[in-house]
Write a protein that binds this ligand. Structure first.
Ligand SMILES: Cc1ncc(COP(=O)(O)O)c(C=O)c1O
Length: 375
């Protein structure tokens, strides 16, 4: 009987990290500063240096990281924030939580990321309707690859909009030598365990080169604190990263670059084996970009059969995302550009097991099962 295949194998990573990880956790526990202990500040320095950005500010999760930046910019009722229709719900959720309107933009069929032409159409639609004021463009680095900021950034600049990168899945990827995290007016990531850089619980971080924004985010994550602990200058949040999680992330960041490379090798093996089949499209990374391969996502013709065949063969799969956000009950009343690509993708995408420690034998079994299903 062959070994079961994991969709993501976090225990393999834990074994690799070994004693230094256990020591880091124990040190954090014994240190007794469980909230905003010294490991949190160290992690923030490490993250900023690693990503090549001036400031990294950690918080409780990726959703808060997105929300805090929008709140810091004063985004609220009457404002429009442009988000892709094909992403995880949190991207649009935070806009609505801030009291603003998410405006849905279609994505590109190959990279799955925000379509610059659709963004322009969505901005024109909002300006013409005259009810909302365009404020922020919020592309997502879906499945690990940076959105096409070469095209998106000039549109945001021309229209006078902030560029805010939801890099919850893409932190650490590269575009023209620049890390996702260091791109845009600000960026936000998630340390949810399944993310390429994840902790052992919830966590998140915000990135910016703007000193004023950094100060405001530090205050907002700590109940709007002023110069003193019990002075409150903003209505804020309780959104801090636990010291234990920071200690874990410090260790994980040391091997992150190597893990991104390993993920790239796994993706290449899939691409080489599957690209020949005309019933499947392998994922495309845009020129000049490196993906962190948060997911390895195919487009298949007959998805129901493919999912059933792989299940039968003992291969776990996942569908990200089965319903575009503008078709979800919670978001259907917000404005949207036409989203034909997001609609098509939601019926075609399938993600295969992806993690840095996927060995060739297991991957061979996954590829064989996929090829057998595709005929
Ligand atoms: C694109 C995207 N944005 C935001 C989030 C929210 O992150 P978190 O789960 O840490 O709140 C996630 C993660 O689930 C995500 O995939």
């Amino acid at each position: 009987m062959s070994q079961p295949i994991a969709f993501i194998d976090l225990q393999a990573q834990r074994r690799r990290l070994g004693a230094p990880l256990e020591t880091a956790i124990r040190t954090a526990v014994e240190g007794g500063q469980w909230i905003l202990g010294p490991q949190v500040a160290q992690l923030e320095r490490d993250l900023a240096a690693w990503a090549g950005v001036k400031h990294a500010i950690t918080c409780a999760n990726g959703t808060d990281a997105l929300l805090l930046v929008l709140k810091a910019w004063g985004v609220g009722p009457g404002d429009a924030v442009f988000v892709p229709a094909f992403t995880f719900a949190a991207t649009a959720e935070v806009v609505a939580l801030a009291g603003a309107a998410p405006v849905f933009v279609d994505v590109l069929p190959d990279s799955f990321n925000m379509d610059p032409a659709s963004l322009e159409a969505a901005i024109a639609l909002v300006r013409k309707a005259g009810k909302l004021i365009p404020k922020v463009v919020m592309p997502v680095d879906l499945f690990g690859q940076p959105a096409d900021y070469r095209a998106l950034a000039p549109i945001a600049a021309r229209e006078g909009l902030k560029l805010f990168c939801d890099t919850a899945q893409g932190f650490g990827g590269l575009l023209d030598g620049k890390r996702a995290g260091a791109i845009g007016d600000a960026a936000a990531t998630s340390f949810f365990p399944a993310k390429p850089l994840g902790c052992y619980g919830d966590g998140g971080a915000m990135f910016t080169n703007d000193d004023g924004l950094k100060d405001l985010l530090l205050s907002l994550r700590m109940h709007g604190q002023g110069a003193d602990r019990y002075e409150h200058v903003h209505v804020g949040y309780n959104s801090r990263l636990d010291t234990i999680q920071a200690a874990i992330l410090i260790e994980k960041l040391k091997i992150f670059e190597d893990e991104i490379e390993k993920r790239g090798r796994v993706a290449k093996r899939y691409n080489d084996a599957l690209a020949g089949s005309d019933r499947v499209s392998v994922p495309v990374v845009i020129a000049g970009a490196t993906s962190t391969w948060a997911q390895y996502t195919l487009k298949v013709e007959n998805r129901a059969k493919f999912l059933a065949d792989l299940k039968q063969a003992g291969v776990p799969t996942a569908v990200y995302y089965p319903i575009p956000l503008s078709r979800q009950k919670a978001y259907a009343h917000y404005p949207s550009a036409p989203i034909p690509v997001s609609e098509a993708l939601s019926g075609q995408v399938v993600s295969l097991p992806m993690h840095p420690y996927l060995d060739e034998a297991s991957q061979g079994r996954i590829i064989a099962a996929a090829l057998a299903s595709l005929g």
